[in-house]
Design a protein around this ligand. Structure first.
Ligand code: F42
Length: 332
């Protein structure tokens, strides 16, 4: 099992640097930085992190082929690979509809756009001159002016077609989920994509891009996950809610509580609406032993990397140390 950690660049650069160095010192293998227009720029942050770390692999988790042309993504991540001495990994996905709507980007042809972008980036990284006549991208002899080396590409995917595409053309897939059932469900699509490309599962990284909350005190860990879990419940498609047998009534309670929190600031009401079952389904929360148990289940369901995503724990600093000492050291 490999271990990653996710950070949203909504904090000052020196805070991010501190947490990522702490993660590196606590045996995390990967750091993934999210990409949304309203946060600090992902490549500016990755440049800083590439300079201030030594071993951890790093990349956007995930960028998208709508904000920027694949040639610029190829160049940006190639630059990070040079600065970091070959530690860059590119995470790319179809992007987030809610933030796209706010900046006037139409979410058209996500599958074709993803396939074409990845093909173009790979050719540019191979030092080729790219002439490409796709449904979305037209390239006329584009070539990078520096050697980037080969950079693994991980694809953010949830839907069945995107999961198949990720397995077919990616080196790994980042799946926003925390429960083994979701990975058992994804397995068929991943296997279909791998077999289409004639690839074996051993050469492919299946990543649980999970919400995690760890503390020595179980209740503190689980309580810290409540608000994050509320947002995941509210944003999950019906197919996922049904897969886990959550009733419409319970889900609507969370959605109503979130609306009340936005209008009246009643955040304790949100925490109350989130059930223990929801915390189990949509996060990996509890003591280090609870977390180890869940990670072992995920491993059986085909997961090869677990990413500790928000909130990480009631106290990020303590939780990163605890994960390193009590979880990673026991599972590696
Ligand atoms: N999004 C961000 O914007 N920033 C992030 O930092 C971020 C991180 C992240 C990490 C892990 C992860 O798994 C996802 C993450 N995301 C992030 C979200 C990501 O960008 C995607 O929004 C998310 O993965 C959802 O994508 P999806 O895999 O469900 O694919 C969408 C497009 C989908 O609907 N897929 C369907 C499917 O079956 O897979 C297929 C849709 C389809 O068939 N579309 C047709 C087509 O041709 O493409 C028609 C579309 C049209 O144009 O009408």
């Amino acid at each position: 099992m490999k271990f990653g950690i996710e950070f949203v660049p909504d904090m000052k650069y020196y805070e991010l640097e501190y947490y990522v160095q702490l993660a590196e010192d606590n045996a995390f293998d990967h750091v993934w930085i999210t990409d949304h227009y309203n946060n600090r720029n992902v490549y500016s942050m990755l440049t800083l992190l590439a300079l201030r770390t030594r071993t951890i692999k790093l990349g956007p988790g995930v960028t998208n082929p709508y904000h920027i042309n694949p040639a610029l993504t190829a160049s940006a991540i190639g630059t990070i690979n040079e600065i970091s001495g070959g530690r860059a990994v590119l995470g790319i996905g179809a992007g987030d509809k809610v933030t796209f709507d706010r900046i006037g980007i139409a979410w058209e042809k996500p599958l074709a756009r993803m396939r074409e972008a990845v093909e173009i980036i790979r050719q540019l990284h191979a030092g080729k001159s790219v002439t490409y006549d796709g449904k979305v991208f037209k390239f006329n002899g584009a070539r990078l002016g520096f050697k980037t080396g080969s950079i693994p590409i991980y694809i953010g995917a949830q839907g069945p077609k995107m999961l198949q595409l990720a397995a077919e053309i990616g080196d790994g897939v980042l799946i926003n989920a925390s429960h083994p059932k979701d990975f058992e469900e994804a397995k068929g699509n991943i296997d279909a994509g791998l077999s289409k490309a004639g690839k074996s599962r051993d050469a492919f990284d299946t990543v649980a891009y999970a919400s995690m909350s760890v503390d020595k005190n179980r209740d503190n860990a689980r309580n810290a996950a409540r608000i994050v879990v509320a947002f995941i419940v509210a944003g999950s498609p019906d197919v996922v809610l049904q897969r886990h047998g959550l009733s419409d009534e319970a889900v609507n309670k969370v959605r109503d509580a979130l609306n009340a929190a936005f209008t009246k600031g009643d955040w304790p009401g949100v925490a109350k609406a989130v059930t223990d079952e929801m915390i189990d389904i949509f996060s990996i929360s509890g003591t280090p032993d609870d977390v180890i148990e869940r990670i072992n289940e995920l491993s059986k369901a085909g997961v090869t990397q677990v990413v500790a995503g928000s909130p990480i724990g009631p106290d990020k600093k303590k939780s990163i140390k605890l994960i390193g000492k009590e979880v990673i050291s026991k599972l590696k």
